[in-house]
Write a protein that binds this ligand. Structure first.
Ligand SMILES: O=C(O)c1ccccc1N[C@@H]1O[C@H](COP(=O)(O)O)[C@@H](O)[C@H]1O
Length: 220
């Protein structure tokens, strides 16, 4: 578990795809806003949409561009369009690939790791050495369409005794009702949510966004 209890909780709202819901996240006080560019996702935004939403958020929250196993051409075009403050890699990118994308773009990179068993934490040091931030998510089932954004949580007790890098972000099945317990049980101080602030897959709900940010901030 981490021990960052003196650090204020920071919140990422991921999968924003409309101006109205982006505004809701900004007005709720989100620290990061996530734009998903992955065609299979119900939260997918085109690069033109990502560019427009990114301009709206600039200077108000850190803009996170989520990509899944992108090739060099996609990295270049997506970064040029979305101008992200942080690139979230949510596929099977190796540590070497994470380092290469970081070097090529000059942007900070957050690597998502899917967690289901203690063995899934074995890769943590190799990624921590090359990524600016680690994101822990529930491992997607083998038959899942998406590698994340499935509204599934993992057993937070798996983190007990693990030396997590400073700033590690927790995700996977979080919502306003469980985020305080998640923060308390893991000791982490950064959380990410997508499904838990939606009324249907891909449809963000402004009242759930506000409730999630308030619950995370109120947590001790
Ligand atoms: O949100 C998506 O559609 C998505 C698609 C592909 C990879 C990751 C995706 N989302 C990320 O998944 C986690 C957990 O989301 P949830 O709250 O359990 O729905 C989160 O980090 C999102 O950024």
């Amino acid at each position: 578990m981490a021990s960052e209890t003196a650090v204020p909780t920071r919140v990422k709202i991921c999968g924003l795809s409309t101006e109205a819901t982006l505004t809701a996240a900004l007005e709720a006080g989100a620290d990061w806003i996530g734009l998903v560019h992955f065609a299979r996702s119900p939260r997918h935004v085109t690069l033109a949409q990502a560019a427009a939403l990114s301009v709206l958020a600039r200077g108000r929250a850190e803009r996170v561009l989520l990509l899944v196993d992108p090739d060099d051409a996609l990295v270049a075009s997506a970064v040029a369009a979305a101008d992200p403050d942080l690139i979230q890699l949510h596929g099977r990118e190796s540590p070497e690939r994470v380092a290469a994308i970081r070097a090529a773009t000059g942007r900070p990179v957050m690597k998502a790791l899917g967690i289901a068993t203690p063995a899934d934490l074995a890769a943590l040091p190799a990624y921590a050495a090359v990524a600016d931030r680690i994101l822990l998510d529930a491992k997607a089932p083998a038959d899942a369409t998406l590698p994340g954004g499935n509204g599934r949580r993992f057993d937070w007790e798996l983190l007990r005794g693990t030396d997590l890098p400073h700033g590690t972000m927790l995700s996977g099945g979080l919502d306003a009702a469980n985020v305080a317990e998640a923060l308390m049980r893991t000791g982490l101080r950064a959380v990410d949510v997508s499904s838990g602030v939606e009324s249907a897959p891909g449809t963000k709900d402004p009242s759930r966004i506000a409730a999630f940010v308030a619950a995370a901030r109120a947590a001790r």
